[in-house]
Write a protein that binds this ligand. Structure first.
Ligand SMILES: [Zn+2]
Ligand SMILES: [Zn+2]
Length: 234
């Protein structure tokens, strides 16, 4: 039995134009995780970043737009960032490669901590076959996304940086006014702050941050007002 769709979720995605791409942002699952479906209207190719839950809905939104999901990119392997993978793959009926940093594979193997959060039924979907490494380039349409390794929230946490789009998909590294928790397996506070300093704060102020939870923000806004970044909260 599937647990897909049982949990309250925001199934109507927000449409966000980003360069020539269309981004559909869903807030899904019991952790209200942001899932991003990125489509290239020209090639009809699409990728999903962190399919949190309700994979059938994500696949349906792609189908509605005649997009083919060519890959699933995971920022990290907490259950609330890949609980929708199995539903996507089942809905499309085609194998879709899943990308993850190998240091988060042990976390993936334990269902991303789903049991710890009281979720007894969890379908992890196909095993990741694309090993993400720092500096690796992923593409969608004419846009490149560089993989940066940003440990601290989990050992193998990564972000996807597109300089061409001026945008970062940053998972649970940093949020609007907050940062990722470090009390779970593999978490480390100083490492998290170092990742934010070295991979986020080096980017131009206008760079848009699409976070794993909560509203999008920008590097400049977080640089000025995020209390964990300014040192107001240590
Ligand atoms: Zn997480
Ligand atoms: Zn999360």
């Amino acid at each position: 039995m599937s647990i897909e769709g049982k949990i309250g979720a925001q199934l109507t995605p927000e449409e966000i134009p980003l360069g020539n791409l269309e981004v559909l942002a869903f807030e899904l699952g019991l952790a209200y995780t942001n899932t991003y479906l990125l489509g290239d209207p020209e090639t009809k190719s699409a990728v999903v970043i962190d399919p949190a839950w309700d994979g059938e809905q994500i696949a349906g939104a792609a189908l509605d737009r005649d997009w083919q999901i060519s890959a699933i990119w995971l920022t990290h392997a907490h259950f609330d960032h890949f609980g929708g993978v199995s539903g996507i793959v089942k809905s499309t009926g085609t194998p879709i490669p899943v990308a993850l940093h190998p240091l988060d594979f042990p976390l993936w193997q334990t269902n991303g901590g789903a049991g710890y959060f009281g979720i007894t039924e969890f379908e992890s979907g196909p095993e990741p076959t694309i090993d993400l490494e720092p500096g690796m380039e992923l593409t969608l349409g004419k846009y490149r996304f560089e993989v940066r390794h940003t440990p601290g929230h989990s050992l193998g946490h990564v972000i996807f940086v597109s300089e061409g789009l001026g945008a970062v998909f940053c998972g649970d590294l940093i949020f609007s006014g907050s940062v990722g928790r470090t009390d779970l397996q593999g978490g480390d506070w100083n490492t998290l702050l170092q990742s934010i300093r070295e991979e986020i704060l080096v980017l131009p102020d206008e760079t848009r941050l699409f976070t794993g939870h909560g509203p999008p923000t920008t590097v400049g806004k977080e640089r000025r007002s995020n209390p964990f970044v300014t040192g107001e909260i240590l």
